[in-house]
Design a protein around this ligand. Sequence first.
Ligand SMILES: [Zn+2]
Length: 87
Amino acid sequence: MDRPVPAHNRPRRCVFCGRYYVPDARTSRVQKACSRPACAKARKQSAQAVWLSKNPNYFRNRYATYVKEWRRQKRERTEKENERNGG
Ligand SMILES: [Zn+2]
């Protein structure tokens, strides 16, 4: 009589290429794609897209708080240097 196959050893279908694969035992709960390089890349990109959709203001806030401040400081430095050089 066959022993039941543990859940983490059951073949699953890759959400990207549609092929069946046996998930890694450690990541089987979250793994949705096979380990082919193309699918790993697609998985990372889709994870990034999901993350971005959850954090839509991340880059905007980053610009507002970091880049803007950096530009202001740079402008002040440049103005001071210009003064020192006689304009
Ligand atoms: Zn795949």
